[in-house]
Design a protein around this ligand. Sequence first.
Ligand SMILES: Nc1ncnc2c1ncn2[C@@H]1O[C@H](COP(=O)(O)OP(=O)(O)O)[C@@H](O)[C@H]1O
Ligand SMILES: [Mg+2]
Length: 222
Amino acid sequence: MVELTRVSHTFGSQWALKDISFKLGKGEFMFLTGHSGAGKSTLLKLLYGALPLKRGKARVCGFELNKLRRGRLPLLRRRVGVVFQDFKVLPRRSVFDNVAMSLEVRGMQRTHLERRVRAIIRAMGLEAKSYTPCEFLSGGEQQRVAIARSMVAGPELILADEPTGNLDVDLTMHLMDIFKQFHNYGTSVIMATHSREVLDCVPNARTLHLERGRIVARDGVP
Ligand SMILES: Nc1ncnc2c1ncn2[C@@H]1O[C@H](COP(=O)(O)OP(=O)(O)O)[C@@H](O)[C@H]1O
Ligand SMILES: [Mg+2]
Protein backbone atom coordinates (compact mmCIF):
# COMPACT_ATOMS: atom_id res chain seq x y z
CA MET A 1 0.00 0.00 0.00
CA VAL A 2 2.81 2.39 1.03
CA GLU A 3 6.53 1.85 0.60
CA LEU A 4 9.16 4.47 1.31
CA THR A 5 12.86 4.05 0.65
CA ARG A 6 15.29 6.55 2.11
CA VAL A 7 13.00 9.53 1.81
CA SER A 8 14.40 12.84 3.00
CA HIS A 9 13.04 16.36 2.83
CA THR A 10 14.55 19.77 3.45
CA PHE A 11 13.02 23.20 3.90
CA GLY A 12 15.84 25.49 2.82
CA SER A 13 18.92 24.23 4.61
CA GLN A 14 16.95 22.53 7.37
CA TRP A 15 16.28 18.77 7.33
CA ALA A 16 12.65 18.05 8.14
CA LEU A 17 12.93 14.32 7.29
CA LYS A 18 16.01 12.18 6.99
CA ASP A 19 16.28 8.67 5.53
CA ILE A 20 12.75 7.48 6.17
CA SER A 21 12.10 3.90 5.04
CA PHE A 22 9.09 1.77 5.89
CA LYS A 23 6.39 -0.42 4.37
CA LEU A 24 2.73 -0.42 5.24
CA GLY A 25 0.57 -3.30 4.03
CA LYS A 26 -3.08 -3.28 3.08
CA GLY A 27 -5.32 -2.89 6.10
CA GLU A 28 -2.54 -1.95 8.51
CA PHE A 29 -2.93 0.84 11.04
CA MET A 30 0.13 2.90 11.86
CA PHE A 31 0.63 5.76 14.27
CA LEU A 32 3.23 8.45 13.70
CA THR A 33 4.42 9.81 17.01
CA GLY A 34 7.02 12.34 18.08
CA HIS A 35 7.23 15.86 19.44
CA SER A 36 6.07 18.92 17.61
CA GLY A 37 8.52 19.62 14.78
CA ALA A 38 9.58 15.95 14.48
CA GLY A 39 8.41 15.77 10.85
CA LYS A 40 5.04 14.00 11.12
CA SER A 41 3.06 16.48 9.04
CA THR A 42 5.83 16.73 6.45
CA LEU A 43 5.79 12.95 6.02
CA LEU A 44 2.02 12.85 5.57
CA LYS A 45 2.14 15.72 3.07
CA LEU A 46 4.74 13.90 0.99
CA LEU A 47 2.56 10.79 0.88
CA TYR A 48 -0.32 12.84 -0.43
CA GLY A 49 1.68 14.75 -3.01
CA ALA A 50 1.14 18.05 -1.19
CA LEU A 51 4.93 18.39 -1.04
CA PRO A 52 7.19 17.26 -3.88
CA LEU A 53 9.31 14.18 -3.29
CA LYS A 54 12.88 15.29 -3.90
CA ARG A 55 14.99 12.62 -2.23
CA GLY A 56 14.34 8.91 -1.96
CA LYS A 57 11.61 6.74 -3.41
CA ALA A 58 7.98 6.38 -2.48
CA ARG A 59 5.09 4.28 -3.71
CA VAL A 60 1.55 5.00 -2.51
CA CYS A 61 -1.47 2.95 -3.68
CA GLY A 62 0.51 1.77 -6.69
CA PHE A 63 1.67 5.26 -7.72
CA GLU A 64 5.39 5.98 -7.88
CA LEU A 65 5.56 9.47 -6.41
CA ASN A 66 8.92 10.18 -8.07
CA LYS A 67 7.48 9.70 -11.51
CA LEU A 68 4.02 11.05 -10.84
CA ARG A 69 3.18 13.94 -13.15
CA ARG A 70 1.05 16.72 -11.70
CA GLY A 71 -1.83 15.81 -13.97
CA ARG A 72 -2.06 12.37 -12.34
CA LEU A 73 -2.16 13.65 -8.79
CA PRO A 74 -5.99 13.70 -8.71
CA LEU A 75 -5.96 9.95 -9.49
CA LEU A 76 -3.85 9.31 -6.40
CA ARG A 77 -6.01 11.59 -4.29
CA ARG A 78 -9.15 9.70 -5.21
CA ARG A 79 -7.73 6.69 -3.45
CA VAL A 80 -6.39 8.48 -0.41
CA GLY A 81 -8.58 10.09 2.24
CA VAL A 82 -6.89 12.96 4.01
CA VAL A 83 -7.81 14.39 7.37
CA PHE A 84 -5.55 17.36 8.08
CA GLN A 85 -5.58 19.88 10.91
CA ASP A 86 -6.26 22.84 8.67
CA PHE A 87 -9.54 21.38 7.46
CA LYS A 88 -11.61 23.61 5.26
CA VAL A 89 -15.31 23.33 4.59
CA LEU A 90 -17.35 25.50 2.25
CA PRO A 91 -19.05 27.82 4.77
CA ARG A 92 -22.15 28.69 2.76
CA ARG A 93 -22.93 25.12 1.74
CA SER A 94 -24.77 22.63 3.93
CA VAL A 95 -23.20 19.68 5.70
CA PHE A 96 -24.84 17.38 3.14
CA ASP A 97 -23.46 19.36 0.17
CA ASN A 98 -19.96 19.50 1.62
CA VAL A 99 -19.87 15.73 2.06
CA ALA A 100 -21.63 14.96 -1.23
CA MET A 101 -18.99 16.92 -3.18
CA SER A 102 -16.48 14.09 -2.87
CA LEU A 103 -18.86 11.70 -4.63
CA GLU A 104 -20.24 14.16 -7.18
CA VAL A 105 -16.80 14.59 -8.71
CA ARG A 106 -16.81 10.83 -9.29
CA GLY A 107 -20.13 10.95 -11.07
CA MET A 108 -21.89 8.63 -8.65
CA GLN A 109 -25.56 7.89 -9.25
CA ARG A 110 -27.81 10.19 -7.17
CA THR A 111 -29.75 7.68 -5.03
CA HIS A 112 -26.60 5.74 -4.24
CA LEU A 113 -24.81 8.98 -3.41
CA GLU A 114 -27.55 10.16 -1.06
CA ARG A 115 -27.55 6.88 0.82
CA ARG A 116 -23.78 6.97 1.30
CA VAL A 117 -23.74 10.62 2.36
CA ARG A 118 -26.57 10.14 4.88
CA ALA A 119 -24.86 7.10 6.39
CA ILE A 120 -21.57 8.87 7.05
CA ILE A 121 -23.30 12.02 8.35
CA ARG A 122 -25.19 9.79 10.79
CA ALA A 123 -21.97 8.05 11.83
CA MET A 124 -20.46 11.46 12.58
CA GLY A 125 -23.46 12.41 14.74
CA LEU A 126 -24.37 15.30 12.47
CA GLU A 127 -27.75 14.08 11.24
CA ALA A 128 -29.73 16.93 12.83
CA LYS A 129 -27.52 19.45 11.02
CA SER A 130 -27.53 17.86 7.57
CA TYR A 131 -29.00 20.92 5.89
CA THR A 132 -27.36 23.59 8.05
CA PRO A 133 -24.76 25.75 6.29
CA CYS A 134 -21.34 24.92 7.74
CA GLU A 135 -20.69 28.51 8.84
CA PHE A 136 -23.23 27.95 11.64
CA LEU A 137 -21.43 24.90 13.04
CA SER A 138 -18.86 24.82 15.84
CA GLY A 139 -15.20 24.15 15.05
CA GLY A 140 -15.50 20.53 16.21
CA GLU A 141 -18.58 19.99 14.03
CA GLN A 142 -16.87 21.48 11.00
CA GLN A 143 -13.95 19.18 11.60
CA ARG A 144 -16.32 16.20 11.58
CA VAL A 145 -17.77 17.42 8.28
CA ALA A 146 -14.26 17.53 6.82
CA ILE A 147 -13.61 14.02 8.10
CA ALA A 148 -16.90 12.72 6.67
CA ARG A 149 -15.99 14.29 3.33
CA SER A 150 -12.64 12.54 3.14
CA MET A 151 -14.07 9.17 4.26
CA VAL A 152 -17.30 9.01 2.28
CA ALA A 153 -15.76 7.66 -0.90
CA GLY A 154 -14.22 4.69 0.93
CA PRO A 155 -10.52 5.41 0.36
CA GLU A 156 -7.91 2.63 0.34
CA LEU A 157 -5.61 4.66 2.55
CA ILE A 158 -6.45 7.29 5.15
CA LEU A 159 -3.83 9.85 6.18
CA ALA A 160 -4.81 11.68 9.34
CA ASP A 161 -2.81 14.48 10.94
CA GLU A 162 -3.79 14.81 14.60
CA PRO A 163 -7.44 14.49 13.63
CA THR A 164 -8.70 14.58 17.20
CA GLY A 165 -6.74 17.71 18.10
CA ASN A 166 -9.71 19.98 18.77
CA LEU A 167 -12.22 17.40 19.96
CA ASP A 168 -13.28 16.51 23.50
CA VAL A 169 -12.78 13.02 24.92
CA ASP A 170 -16.20 11.64 23.95
CA LEU A 171 -15.89 12.81 20.37
CA THR A 172 -12.31 11.59 20.19
CA MET A 173 -13.42 8.09 21.19
CA HIS A 174 -16.31 8.22 18.75
CA LEU A 175 -14.04 9.34 15.94
CA MET A 176 -11.50 6.64 16.74
CA ASP A 177 -14.30 4.06 16.48
CA ILE A 178 -15.00 5.34 12.98
CA PHE A 179 -11.35 5.08 11.99
CA LYS A 180 -11.29 1.56 13.43
CA GLN A 181 -14.36 0.60 11.43
CA PHE A 182 -12.60 1.64 8.23
CA HIS A 183 -9.54 -0.26 9.38
CA ASN A 184 -11.68 -3.37 10.00
CA TYR A 185 -13.00 -3.12 6.45
CA GLY A 186 -9.44 -3.29 5.14
CA THR A 187 -8.52 0.39 4.79
CA SER A 188 -4.94 1.27 5.69
CA VAL A 189 -4.50 4.17 8.10
CA ILE A 190 -1.53 6.38 8.97
CA MET A 191 -2.31 8.73 11.83
CA ALA A 192 -0.09 11.33 13.48
CA THR A 193 -0.96 11.87 17.11
CA HIS A 194 0.34 13.14 20.43
CA SER A 195 -2.41 11.64 22.49
CA ARG A 196 -1.96 8.63 24.75
CA GLU A 197 -5.73 7.98 24.71
CA VAL A 198 -5.71 7.85 20.93
CA LEU A 199 -2.76 5.42 20.88
CA ASP A 200 -4.52 3.20 23.41
CA CYS A 201 -7.57 2.99 21.13
CA VAL A 202 -5.71 0.77 18.65
CA PRO A 203 -3.49 -1.49 20.75
CA ASN A 204 -2.39 -3.66 17.81
CA ALA A 205 -1.36 -0.69 15.65
CA ARG A 206 2.14 -0.27 14.34
CA THR A 207 4.06 2.80 15.42
CA LEU A 208 6.76 4.94 13.89
CA HIS A 209 8.38 7.34 16.32
CA LEU A 210 10.13 10.35 14.81
CA GLU A 211 12.69 12.67 16.35
CA ARG A 212 14.07 15.59 14.39
CA GLY A 213 13.10 13.98 11.12
CA ARG A 214 14.52 10.55 11.82
CA ILE A 215 12.87 7.28 12.79
CA VAL A 216 14.11 6.49 16.28
CA ALA A 217 11.75 3.59 17.10
CA ARG A 218 9.46 1.24 15.20
CA ASP A 219 6.61 -0.67 16.78
CA GLY A 220 7.97 0.31 20.17
CA VAL A 221 11.46 -1.07 19.40
CA PRO A 222 14.36 1.45 19.29
N1 LIG B 1 6.53 25.03 5.09
C1 LIG B 1 7.61 24.95 5.86
N2 LIG B 1 8.64 25.80 5.69
C2 LIG B 1 9.76 25.71 6.45
N3 LIG B 1 9.92 24.81 7.44
C3 LIG B 1 8.91 23.96 7.68
C4 LIG B 1 7.71 23.98 6.91
N4 LIG B 1 6.89 23.00 7.37
C5 LIG B 1 7.56 22.40 8.37
N5 LIG B 1 8.77 22.97 8.57
C6 LIG B 1 9.77 22.53 9.56
O1 LIG B 1 10.01 21.16 9.38
C7 LIG B 1 10.12 20.48 10.63
C8 LIG B 1 9.07 19.38 10.73
O2 LIG B 1 7.78 19.99 10.82
P1 LIG B 1 6.44 19.18 10.83
O3 LIG B 1 6.49 18.15 9.79
O4 LIG B 1 5.33 20.16 10.79
O5 LIG B 1 6.50 18.47 12.27
P2 LIG B 1 5.33 17.85 13.16
O6 LIG B 1 4.13 17.66 12.32
O7 LIG B 1 5.90 16.56 13.69
O8 LIG B 1 5.10 18.82 14.27
C9 LIG B 1 10.00 21.55 11.69
O9 LIG B 1 11.29 21.95 12.07
C10 LIG B 1 9.27 22.66 10.97
O10 LIG B 1 9.61 23.90 11.53
MG1 LIG C 1 2.24 18.40 12.59
